[in-house]
Design a protein. Structure first.
Length: 144
């Protein structure tokens, strides 16, 4: 019985690790891996320029742009909103990370009201945004 329970747990964990979501944008079939914060088309990893074509309204911030304290500093005026897209250019994974505050989470398009891509973020005024794990690990966009 213990072996069966262990096998079930391993299978459940493995299925969660490969959390790919497919959606269509600009008549292209795109896969998004929310654990990696990476985009794919036909199983090919999209680079920064290709992702920029998909989301032209978003400013791309690479994970490698964060400092050693996992902070990224940016300027924003009090009444301005900025659309950001976090793109992972490292080998790090982001399983069970979520964006806070919840109001900063964005949807891919209007049809997908319930589906949100973890990488798409809106910064409102001078409010900091965190990509946070249930543990203590977090990345923070600090707005000045």
């Amino acid at each position: 019985m213990k072996k069966l329970l262990f096998l079930f747990t391993v299978l459940l964990c493995c299925s969660c690790v490969f959390a790919n979501y497919d959606f269509t944008i600009n008549n292209r079939n795109i896969s998004y891996n929310e654990d990696e914060l990476k985009f794919y088309e036909n199983n090919k990893l999209l680079d920064e320029n290709e992702v920029k074509e998909l989301f032209p309204d978003y400013e791309i911030i690479l994970i490698s742009d964060f400092d050693k304290n996992k902070k990224y500093y940016m300027k924003n005026s009090l009444f301005k909103t900025r659309k950001l897209l976090l793109l992972n250019d490292t080998r790090r994974t982001f399983h069970l990370f979520y964006v806070y505050p919840i109001s900063s989470r964005n949807q891919v398009n209007e049809q997908d009201k319930d589906y949100k891509v973890k990488s798409l973020i809106t910064v409102y005024g001078k409010k900091n945004v965190r990509l946070k794990h249930f543990g203590l690990d977090e990345f923070e966009i600090v707005v000045r």
